[in-house]
Design a binder for this molecule. Structure first.
Ligand SMILES: C[S@@+](CC[C@H](N)C(=O)[O-])C[C@H]1O[C@@H](n2cnc3c(N)ncnc32)[C@H](O)[C@@H]1O
Length: 335
């Protein structure tokens, strides 16, 4: 089957870094051991560099409690987490895993239900996989296309199946069959959780004072990206519950969050998104396929100029907003 994703977005070292940062900003999940208590606390994303910075941050936020986890605010929805077995190591699959950030965060979580988890990540392409020697020994990565029938040996073997942000790789007709396909991975009683962003409602907003904040270049580039990928962005986020129900899952639920829920993440998330937008726009301008809102061809020089202004817009207080959809469901117990 074709690699639709490669036509839309790139896979390289810079993109790996961007995806890792985006994952943490959307999840707002970084564990930093508190110097006061020795207990891991969850703190805002950008603070994850050296030990000294961690100490500085931990001491400032020594009273941080899990109740202040923001944006999505969890790796595994509490309804699922509470049901994961405690009597054997949980087996987890993360499809379209990219850089395996989700699995790495699971392995660091310290939650007793996730502690000795067996973590299998897979992706259509291994291009974003970190080198195996940089991964914890309980994470194993392999190549798997979510549109292809799941290998018989994997069927019914997972307690928890997770997918995040595959939209640029699936066409509208792929969603429901892919979800039915992936539901076969679940053990009876096992759970699926899937997160997709609705980029059809992406908008760049004025965050700062009216006299200093500009938004036009960021907004123009955001619209170009949205319109260029609309075929892919239109669906997915709106098919999660339907797909799970069609796949025979029960107790299906969902929630919607706003990407700007946590103000501290706004600027970084906007810069992160702009990097993706400019990568896509530059590649399309190079091949002469980029069109403006009146159908006119857009050149690389125009993209470069818009890009520079867009970063000034962000510096001045412009920030991005879109909806984040999370859905979950359970495979019924046999009988
Ligand atoms: C935006 S990245 C998200 C990666 C990761 N889930 C995250 O949240 O950071 C999308 C990933 O989907 C993968 N992908 C695209 N089409 C796929 C398919 N048909 N089967 C499996 N993976 C696919 C891409 O290779 C890419 O790694």
């Amino acid at each position: 089957m074709s690699d639709v994703y490669a036509n839309n977005l790139r896979r390289d070292a810079k993109e790996s870094e961007r995806l890792d940062e985006q994952f943490d900003l959307l999840t707002e999940y970084v564990c930093v051991p508190s110097v006061h208590t020795g207990i891991s606390v969850t703190v805002p994303g950008p603070y994850r560099t050296g030990r000294d910075e961690q100490k500085k941050f931990s001491s400032k936020h020594a009273n941080h409690r899990p109740s202040s986890i923001r944006n999505i605010g969890y790796l595994v929805h509490p309804l699922i987490l509470d049901r994961l077995p405690l009597d054997h190591p949980v087996v987890i699959a993360d499809l379209a895993t990219g850089t395996a950030r989700f699995l790495q965060r699971i392995s660091q979580s310290g939650n007793p239900r996730l502690k000795s988890a067996i973590l299998h990540g897979s992706d259509l392409s291994p291009a974003l996989f970190p080198p195996p020697n940089t991964l914890p020994s309980n994470i194993h990565l392999s190549v798997l296309d979510v549109r292809a029938p799941v290998p018989a040996a994997l069927q019914g073997t997972y307690d928890f199946v997770h997918v995040r942000q595959i939209a640029a790789g699936l066409t509208p007709d792929d969603w429901v069959p892919a979800m039915a396909n992936l539901a076969t991975l679940l053990k009876p009683g096992g759970a699926m959780q899937w997160e997709e962003c609705n980029f059809t409602n992406v908008v760049h907003l004025r965050g700062g004072d009216v006299s200093v904040t500009s938004v036009d270049a960021a907004r123009t580039l955001g619209k170009m990206f949205k319109n260029g990928l609309m075929h892919y962005f239109r669906h997915g986020w709106d098919r999660l519950e339907e797909g799970m129900k069609t796949a025979g899952l029960v107790e299906v639920g969902s929630e919607i969050l706003s990407s700007d829920r946590e103000p501290a993440t706004r600027e970084a998330l906007t810069r992160n998104g702009m990097q993706a937008i400019l990568g896509w726009a530059t590649a399309n301008a190079k091949s002469g396929q980029l069109r403006g809102d009146k159908g006119q061809q857009v050149t690389i020089a125009e993209i470069e100029e818009l890009g520079e202004q867009a970063y000034r817009d962000i510096q001045s207080g412009c920030y991005v907003r879109f909806d984040i959809h999370v859905a979950w469901g359970f495979r019924p117990h046999a009988g």
